[in-house]
Design a protein around this ligand. Structure first.
Ligand code: ATP
Length: 306
């Protein structure tokens, strides 16, 4: 049996009239990569800040169990936190700042320096070690922020929007790093919007929208729930007539992307032969493709039916 290292029960939080969190519960086991996914303003950062006692919940309970005993809060040495907004010292040399932060989280300074240099090397920033953070680009600052959050080898890492400001190649690199530190024993709680990235590494997923749970469970189960559904995409080469689509009753969900792609979701009872022949009657010039739902499709479907 896997150990539960974090239990969150019935968390609620209001900011004046905004219901940021409404009765959120989940638990994370040792070794999980737990993805907290949702659109802007869904309540992800609020949840993470409450977990670390940066802000207080109005209601609910949190229990950390990283060392065999239940605690209200974890120790600094046990946790790695990559905050959404950049939180490092801008006017201190990068290496000095990294070593300092790891040392106050319990790491030996010599080991911290060695490890920081290794990470800087891997992220292509070894030659910038003596520079101040403020002279780095946004993406490179994010890399330093990432190193700062995991350098001391925390048991549990909370990564809030780790991919923000990174180009696609570096996003893929971060996916590999997250997988690597997880394989070395760090449990990960990850918040992001980039579903196509997260679905590559997470084993558990919590989908949140407007402070409310849409789904909480294993990644494989969420795909199973939707395995009978099919997505048909219409890629328009000519102008798209949204009104004609409104009469298309066979689809459970219709999403129009950038006024040129239409995604139609069909349930298991839909007869795809009939659907395709009806689609062929639609006016306009478009290509048709079909695929199984990915996490993004599932999320949109759940939001719509919430
Ligand atoms: P994003 O992906 O955009 O970072 P998020 O899922 O992290 O979004 P939160 O930052 O948790 O979302 O915000 C949830 C809701 O609470 C939003 O409506 C936000 O405007 C509101 N909110 C968050 N912090 C505050 C605050 N300090 N004062 C007032 N409202 C707040």
């Amino acid at each position: 049996m896997q150990n539960t290292v974090l239990r969150v029960k019935s968390l609620s939080k209001n900011f004046s009239s905004v219901k940021a969190l409404n009765n959120i519960s989940f638990s994370i086991n040792q070794g999980d990569i737990f993805a907290f996914l949702g659109p802007n303003g869904a309540g992800k950062t609020t949840t993470l800040r409450i977990l670390l006692d940066i802000i207080k919940a109005d209601d609910g309970q949190i229990e950390w169990n990283l060392d065999g005993n239940a605690h209200r809060l974890p120790k600094a040495s046990q946790i790695g936190y990559l905050p959404e907004e950049r939180g490092l010292y801008l006017d201190i040399p990068i290496l000095k700042s990294l070593v300092y932060l790891a040392s106050i989280r319990g790491m030996d300074k010599t080991e911290a320096k060695k490890s920081a240099l290794e990470w800087l090397e891997r992220l292509g920033l070894a030659d910038r070690a003596k520079e101040k953070l403020q002279v780095l680009s946004k993406g490179n600052q994010q890399k330093i922020q990432f190193i700062a959050s995991i350098l001391h080898k925390p048991i549990f890492a909370i990564l809030d929007e780790p991919f923000s400001g990174l180009d696609p190649l570096n996003q893929e690199l971060f996916i590999e790093f997250i997988r690597e530190i997880n394989n070395q024993g760090t449990t990960i709680l990850l918040s992001a919007h980039q579903m196509q990235l997260v679905e590559k590494i997470a084993n558990k997923v919590f989908l949140i929208n407007k402070g409310e749970e849409l789904y909480n469970g294993s990644m494989s189960e969420i795909y199973k729930t939707f395995e009978n559904k099919k997505i048909i995409e219409l890629h328009y080469k000519s102008a798209l007539n949204e009104n004609a689509l409104k009469n298309f009753k066979e689809a459970e969900n219709i999403e129009v992307i950038e006024n040129s792609i239409v995604k139609l979701t069909f349930g298991q009872n839909s007869d795809l032969k009939t659907v395709l022949s009806n689609l062929a009657q639609l006016e306009g010039d478009f290509d048709i493709s079909t695929h199984k739902p990915d996490l993004h499709d599932i999320f949109l479907y759940l939001v719509k039916n919430h």
